[in-house]
Ligand binder design. Structure first.
Ligand code: ZN
Length: 306
């Protein structure tokens, strides 16, 4: 290669790199606490957004382990998406304080709470965080409700339109396109649900009341003593006894919890043990929100039929 073509080649590379950096810099930088919100935001925002999630999907969504990079990401971002209902209470307020980004503080338009308009299930009669209560305003795991995606997409879209009214048409078209895909998936899954009606289950954490209400499952308790509180030996013994009496044949383990106790409980009760992701990315099959809904419903149906 002669020096001139090498130089022009390098020049072309530099121009391409500059163009890419320029394009990325022009995008709205969005940070989502969990991958479900990131996935749906990419669908709604399309080419206008550059979205990253703090969680990978394998963590406990109440206590996502902090990384130093979270602070700089939040410091630089334009929009924050969070689940609300105080689900992120253990880590998000501290992160926001450290990030010193006035635009994305709670209550500001660029801090979008995707739970707006939710009819919460399981609102506690009283709140006592000293007991380790992590569901102070009711159950926050509405992302697992197949209809939760609609609430998230609508809230995302409304929030982005308020912040960037010049792009409203793009966001609304993105939202409408995504909801059409969600509707098609729900219609497909809706045909499979008959075997789930009345099936009793226990899970490790109380992740599934919205999903259960939607598909006809019945919760028979949790392995945790209360949301966020590890079980005692007595609690496990009582749970096993109750499962035997009530004929509970399904144990759901969430990926962030060890398999040991759920496996023991399933063995002692003759129940089937399955693992369901509680966020996008929780299992390799759940690459998108629609994939997660699909995986969860099909895994439940298979377990109920065997
Ligand atoms: Zn929870």
């Amino acid at each position: 290669m002669n020096p001139y073509s090498l130089r022009s080649g390098l020049l072309a590379l530099c121009v391409t790199a500059f163009a890419l950096t320029g394009a990325a810099a022009d995008k709205i930088r969005v940070i989502a606490t969990i991958p479900d919100l990131a996935d749906i935001c990419r669908q709604v925002g399309g080419d206008l957004v550059n979205v990253e999630s703090l969680a990978t999907g394998a963590e406990d969504p109440h206590s996502i382990p902090m990384k130093p990079s979270f602070v700089s990401k939040l410091n630089r971002c334009d929009v924050l998406l969070h689940m609300g209902m105080d689900m992120e209470h253990a880590f998000l307020p501290g992160l926001l304080e450290a990030a010193r980004n006035p635009r994305i503080q709670f209550g500001k338009p660029h801090c979008i709470d995707t739970s707006t308009g939710l009819k919460p299930l399981e609102i506690p009669a009283s709140l006592d965080r000293s007991l380790g209560e992590v569901h102070p305003h009711g159950n926050p795991h509405y992302n697992l409700d197949p209809e939760g995606g609609r609430l998230i997409a609508n809230n995302l879209c409304d929030g982005l339109c308020r912040c960037y009214p010049q792009h409203e048409a793009v966001f609304r078209a993105g939202r409408d396109g995504y909801l059409a895909k969600l509707d098609a998936k729900l219609a497909e899954l809706g045909k499979l649900l008959a075997p789930l009606r009345g099936v009793k289950f226990v899970s490790y954490h109380n992740h599934f009341p919205y999903l259960a209400a939607r598909v006809g499952l019945q919760s028979a308790g949790t392995i945790e003593l209360r949301p966020g509180v590890e079980p005692t030996a007595k609690h496990i013994r009582d749970l096993i006894q109750r499962m035997k009496t009530d004929g509970v044949k399904l144990v759901i383990r969430e990926p962030q919890f060890s398999e040991k106790t759920p496996k023991q409980i399933a063995a002692q009760t003759g129940a089937r043990l399955i693992t369901l992701p509680i966020m996008v990315g929780g299992v390799p099959e759940a690459k998108t929100y629609l994939d997660m809904l699909d995986f969860n419903v099909r895994t439940l149906v298979k377990a109920a039929q065997n």
